[in-house]
Design a binder for this molecule. Structure first.
Ligand SMILES: [Zn+2]
Length: 86
């Protein structure tokens, strides 16, 4: 998903701004992997294969997300955090 499009996203729960950590992007500023974090409720929405996972809690598949997030652990601790203001 393009960075421009991601900047328009907000937390689906409380509509607050998100912060973005970029793990992988291509030359066209498409974010392939990254982590969105809500500034309000601190929920985390991973971007996996270019798709932000922003389903409500009851539809989240933590078992599928967690291995990816574990793999990102190092990258996330080194990644810059971008605040996405609207
Ligand atoms: Zn939130």
């Amino acid at each position: 998903m393009r960075l421009k499009t991601i900047k328009k996203l907000c937390c689906p729960l409380d509509k607050q701004d998100l912060t973005l950590q970029i793990i992988a992007q291509d030359l066209d500023e498409n974010i392939l992997e990254g982590m969105l974090t809500c500034s309000q409720c601190q929920r985390k929405y991973p971007i996996i294969h270019g798709v932000p996972i922003m389903s409500p809690d009851e539809y989240r598949q933590t078992a599928l997300e967690q291995p990816v997030i574990d793999r990102w652990e190092n990258a996330l601790s080194n990644a810059q955090t971008h605040l996405l203001n609207h």
